[in-house]
Write a protein that binds this ligand. Structure first.
Ligand code: UCC
Ligand code: FAD
Length: 578
């Protein structure tokens, strides 16, 4: 007897329906707000060159670059600490896609274009627009690039003081040649504190006769551990063998991670972090045992010097969060055309304002860098000082909510890892934490207000009033403009009337209120422009009507009293067992 009555194997019968996947189209052409923003703001002589490049790049991020990010997610970094023969090697193994991303970053001039200043004060806007397209497809390579941008900016400030270092490092950090291009890390966080850097930094620096230093310490978070160089903080050991505690003891240093043969600069990688997201990114704990480093800032001015870097990396964080929202909404709306049952378009409003806010900050930064300081610019600088923490704290938080909401619009598919959609949520969550948490940035807003003796708030109000001016004259927008005007008046009055003891407690609500007001002003400015579309007008109206509140003035300052402080403590610790 041989054979079977029926064939034992057959193709599975999977049914006839296959859901079409969401498709990534050209990410520049799809972004009508980005297109119109650049058309409105860029000078005519630059517009064609910039938009031509962005259009090309918008295609590249939707294809080749996005595919590399998928490969990076599949081939996550590993650390081989000890080789087969027992030697300590600390070999970081990354995907070939990760290395390719570095080459592409150089080829595309992602860092270079901000420093060549081909488009004068508009160069930063061009750079950030390019990053905005890159980040959702970059598989977190945007993280080392953000730090590289911050390091380049910082080193540029030391050009005349340390010309040899500038020549060596700045030229590589801003190179378009993949063979020369370097990336930078940013090591600020130690075990005891990432927010309270002054309280948490134990790393010490011992002077060497040749003017360099040897650093000893333990860095608790180092993203992009394969970076070529890093900026970091340490306490210089004095002649008497002691160090100064607090902020005044911190100095900024530059160090290279490896020598020309690839040997580590007395740095050991102790472990790779096991993270919720950003899994493509090698984030390590590092032991520094005598690494050669060079002092950058004056002694004791490390935090203030590092703030130059933070400005850039916080802009990148806000932009990265905004671009994650843009990306998932692009996918969701594409999916909605393919999945008719759930074909409800997501609300575009938050994207409008986030994108506008991010673009606006970059524009101000470009102006600050290229123009000489006059009075107008001094006022703009103060507004910029305030807008950076506002954008970072608000957009990062908002992105988590928007991405989470967007996942739901894919139904169950939004929860399935193979679609690459859940990764977007995991990668978005980090933006609220790194580069300063929401509370720390709220306190940074207070720092900026305090440092300017309050004048920054006057400049802020003036900036809001100038922006809403045209809307005041527009039928259909003036009611919204009055809402913003009243809000800014109330919130600034609130700020001056609050007892000193309540200021810190109200910092987050205060910062959120300023952020909402500025977004309202930007939306109104955009909507009052003669090229505005009906949806620009609708967006501004809706934002001012629905999303401007709640403001910190809600309930007057009754929310921020000694009584509410005690109430909060009682509530949080109710039932807590020590
Ligand atoms: O997380 C990190 C990297 C992750 C990867 C990033 C990728 C992003 C792109 C993603 C796109 C996909 S690196 C670690 C980041 N760590 C932080 O952000 C630290 C958070 N903590 C703070 O920001 C704190 O507020 C501290 C550390 C700045 C507080 O320090 P102090 O020592 O208590 O601060 P002081 O004493 O208030 O300020 C010292 C000086 C002052 O200057 P002077 O002495 O002239 O008055 C301040 O005005 O520093 C100045 N300063 C600032 N200046 C402090 N903060 C700022 C600022 N933001 N801007 C300008
Ligand atoms: P903590 O400071 O312990 O904060 C805990 C909580 O307390 C937070 O909610 C915070 O808001 C709150 N809090 C703290 N102080 C106050 C206050 N005064 N008032 C009110 N609330 C307060 N760091 C680097 O230096 N380089 C890197 O490359 C780097 N990469 C990172 C990569 C990833 C994936 C992550 C997650 C972190 C990375 N970090 C890096 C560290 C990051 O910057 C810190 O984790 C962050 O700044 C918070 O510090 P912390 O973890 O010590 O939290």
């Amino acid at each position: 007897k041989s054979g079977h009555a029926t064939a034992p194997f057959a193709h599975a019968r999977l049914g006839s329906f296959f859901q079409a996947r969401p498709v990534l189209h050209n990410q520049y052409l799809q972004d009508s707000l980005l297109v119109s923003y650049l058309r409105r703001h860029l000078p005519k002589e630059n517009l064609l060159t910039v938009t031509h490049d962005l259009e090309r790049f918008g295609g590249r991020v939707a294809g080749e670059i996005y595919d590399l990010s998928l490969q990076m997610e599949a081939e996550q970094p590993r650390l081989e600490q000890i080789d087969a023969w027992g030697n300590r090697v600390d070999k970081l193994i990354t995907s070939s896609a990760w290395s390719r991303m570095k080459e592409i970053s150089a080829e595309e001039g992602l860092i270079a274009c901000g420093y060549e200043r081909k488009f004068g004060e508009w160069s930063r806007l061009y750079q950030i627009a390019k990053f905005y397209l890159f980040e959702p497809s970059g598989g977190l390579y945007g993280c080392p690039l953000a730090m590289t941008n911050g390091a380049a900016k910082t080193l540029e400030l030391y050009k005349s003081q340390f010309p040899a270092l500038y020549e060596r490092a700045f030229t590589r950090l801003t190179s378009r040649d993949p063979k020369l291009f370097w990336t930078s890390g940013q090591w600020m966080t130690e075990k005891q504190g990432g927010s309270d850097v002054a309280g948490g930094t134990e790393t010490i620096a011992v002077a060497r006769p040749d003017g360099s230093y040897k650093l000893y310490g333990y860095k608790w978070f180092s993203s992009a551990t394969d970076a070529d160089v890093t900026l970091t903080l340490a306490r210089i050991v004095g002649q008497d063998g002691t160090v100064l505690e607090g902020t005044k003891g911190l100095t900024l240093f530059y160090l290279e991670l490896r020598d020309d043969n690839g040997t580590m600069n007395n740095i050991q990688m102790l472990k790779l972090k096991n993270k919720l997201g950003t899994k493509q990114l090698p984030t390590a704990e590092l032991l520094i045992d005598g690494a050669r480093a060079y002092r950058l800032s004056e002694e004791g001015r490390g935090v203030a010097a590092m703030a130059n870097m933070l400005t850039l990396t916080r802009i990148h964080t806000a932009m990265g969060a905004a671009s994650a929202m843009r990306r998932i909404v692009n996918l969701a709306r594409d999916y909605a055309t393919r999945r008719k049952a759930f074909g409800k378009m997501l609300n575009r409003h938050p994207l409008h304002m986030h994108t506008l806010a991010g673009m606006e900050i970059s524009r101000l930064l470009g102006r600050q860098e290229v123009l000489s300081m006059d009075n107008t610019l001094a006022a703009e600088n103060e507004v910029l000082r305030l807008l950076v923490p506002l954008a970072k704290l608000y957009v990062s938080k908002q992105a988590v909510a928007v991405v989470s909401e967007a996942l739901e619009s894919f139904g169950g598919q939004g929860y399935i890892e193979d679609t690459d959609l859940p990764r977007i949520l995991r990668d978005t969550q980090v933006n609220a934490i790194w580069e300063g948490t929401t509370n720390i940035l709220s306190l940074d807003v207070l720092r900026a207000v305090h440092k300017s003796a309050g004048s920054v708030l006057n400049h802020f109000r003036n900036s809001v009033m100038v922006r809403i001016g045209p809307a005041m004259e527009c039928q259909g927008l003036h009611e919204s403009a009055y809402r913003v005007e009243n809000a800014v008046k109330d919130v600034l009055q609130f700020a001056t009337s609050l007892p000193q003891s309540s200021v810190e407690m109200s910092a987050r609500e205060f910062a959120y209120s300023l952020a909402r007001i500025y977004m309202g002003a930007l939306l109104l400015e955009h909507a009052a422009h003669h090229e505005a579309t009906p949806s620009d007008v609708y967006t501004a109206q809706r934002w001012c009507e629905k999303d401007l509140s709640p403001l910190c003035t809600h309930g007057k300052n009754g929310n921020f009293t000694e009584r509410s402080l005690k109430g909060n403590m009682d509530l949080v610790f109710d039932g807590y067992l020590e």
